[in-house]
Design a protein around this ligand. Structure first.
Ligand SMILES: Cc1cc2nc3c(=O)[nH]c(=O)nc-3n(C[C@H](O)[C@H](O)[C@H](O)COP(=O)(O)O)c2cc1C
Length: 324
C-alpha cells in the first residue's frame, strides 16, 4: 500500500508508545476505526537480531494500515530488522525522537538528530532492504538551540523517507511545555512528503486546532488514546463529516477496561496480564471522584474477580454515568 493510498482513507494515526500500543490496544482501536493508521511500539533492531520471537510483532488481518516502528542506530541491523518486519507491516518507521536517557546514550532515538549522516545511512539502508514505504518520526531538535527539524526532514526525504511524523517538542523538553504546532507548519512548507503533526492532540477540538496551525496532512495521537479508544475514530468522524461525537461514558470506559484486561490476559497469561494492565487504570477512571483512591487499590490487586468487582463498584458509585 502506498502512503498516498493510506492517506486517502485517513488523516489520523495512533502514535507509537512503548509498553502501550501493543497488540491489544491496537486491536481495541481498530474495533473503533477501520481506517486509521495503527503503529506498534518501538521494536529494537538489536533485540530483533538476537531473538525474533516477540509479542510486539503480533497483528491481525484487519490491523492494516499498520506502521511497525524500529529503533536502533546500526544501518545493517536496521535493514535486517526491517526485512524481517516487512511481511507484517505496511510501513516501516524509524524512531528518531525517543528522548529517554538510556536510548539516546546508545545513539538511538533523538540522538540521531545530532547525527544526520548516520540517520541518512539508516533510512537508505532500510529503504534498500524493503519494498514497502519507509517513514521517520522525530522532534524539533535535540535542544532549543539545535532546532534542525527543517534541514533534517529535508535530508530524510532525500534519503528516501516517504512520510514524516513530527513531535513539536525538542528532546530536552521531554514531555514538558506545549508542543509547537506552528513549527510543524515550517517543516510542512519545506518538504514534499506528507507530514503528520504530533504532540498534545487530546480531543476533537485540539485535533482541529493542530491541523489548522500546522497545515499538516494528519495528526498522530499518543497519550490522548489512553483510556479512550474512541478518540481516534471521533477525530476521523469529525474530519469527514464536521460532526462532533461525544466522548465515551464512564460505563463504556469501564467495559473497555475489562475487555483490555481480558485481552492482555489472553495474550500474556493471567499473572503477567494482570500486572501489565495496571498502568492503564488511571486513564480509564480519570475524572471520577476519588479516582486516586480507586487507582491505588486497583494497582495492587492480584485477583481477577476482585478487579472486576472494584471496576463495577466504581461504576455503581457513579450512577449518574459521568461524562468524564
Ligand atoms: C509511554 C510513552 C511511550 C512512548 N514510546 C514511543 C515509542 O516507542 N516510539 C516513539 O517514536 N515515540 C514514543 N513516544 C512518544 C509518542 O509517540 C508521542 O510522540 C508523544 O507522546 C507526543 O504525543 P502525544 O502528546 O499525543 O502523547 C512515547 C510516549 C509515551 C507517553
Amino acid at each position: 500500500m502506498e502512503i498516498k493510498d493510506i492517506l486517502k482513507q485517513t488523516r489520523v494515526s495512533l502514535a507509537p508508545m512503548a509498553g502501550i500500543t501493543d497488540y491489544v490496544l491496537r486491536s481495541l482501536i481498530r474495533e473503533q476505526s477501520k481506517t486509521c493508521i495503527l503503529t506498534t511500539e518501538m521494536i529494537s533492531s538489536e533485540a530483533l537480531h538476537n531473538v525474533k520471537e516477540t509479542d510486539m510483532t503480533k497483528r491481525d488481518d484487519n490491523h492494516s494500515p499498520v506502521i511497525y516502528q524500529l529503533s536502533g542506530h546500526k544501518p545493517e541491523l536496521m535493514a535486517e530488522g526491517a526485512k524481517y518486519l516487512e511481511s507484517m507491516a505496511d510501513v516501516i518507521d524509524i524512531n528518531m525522537g525517543c528522548p529517554v536517557n538510556k536510548v539516546v546514550k546508545g545513539q538511538d532515538g533523538s540522538a540521531l538528530m545530532r547525527n544526520p549522516s548516520l540517520a541518512y545511512d539508516i533510512v537508505q539502508a532500510v529503504k534498500e532492504s524493503v519494498s514497502i514505504p519507509v517513514s521517520v518520526k522525530f522532534r524539533l531538535g535535540y535542544t532549543q538551540q539545535e532546532m534542525n527539524f527543517v534541514p533534517f526532514g529535508q535530508y530524510m526525504q532525500e534519503a528516501g523517507a516517504e512520510f514524516i511524523t513530527l513531535h513539536g517538542r525538542t528532546r530536552n523538553q521531554m514531555y514538558s511545555g506545549k508542543a509547537d504546532w506552528k513549527k510543524i507548519r515550517e517543516l510542512k512548507n519545506n518538504v514534499d512528503i506528507p507530514v503528520f503533526a504530533n504532540g498534545d492532540v487530546v480531543s476533537v477540538e485540539t485535533a482541529a486546532e493542530c491541523l489548522e496551525e500546522s497545515d499538516a496532512d494528519g495528526v498522530a495521537i499518543g497519550r490522548g488514546a489512553l483510556g479512550d479508544v474512541t478518540l481516534i475514530s471521533r477525530i476521523e468522524h469529525y474530519l469527514n463529516t464536521g460532526e462532533k461525537l461525544p466522548p465515551p461514558l464512564l460505563s463504556e470506559k469501564i467495559e473497555t477496561m475489562k475487555k483490555h484486561l481480558d485481552m492482555e490476559i489472553a495474550l500474556r497469561g493471567e499473572k503477567v496480564g494482570l500486572k501489565f494492565v495496571r498502568k492503564f487504570y488511571p486513564f480509564y477512571i480519570s475524572g471520577v471522584p476519588n479516582a486516586a483512591k480507586y487507582r491505588s487499590k486497583l494497582v495492587v490487586m492480584e485477583d481477577y474477580n476482585e478487579i472486576i468487582e472494584a471496576l463495577d463498584f466504581i461504576l455503581k458509585n457513579n450512577t449518574n454515568n459521568l461524562l468524564i
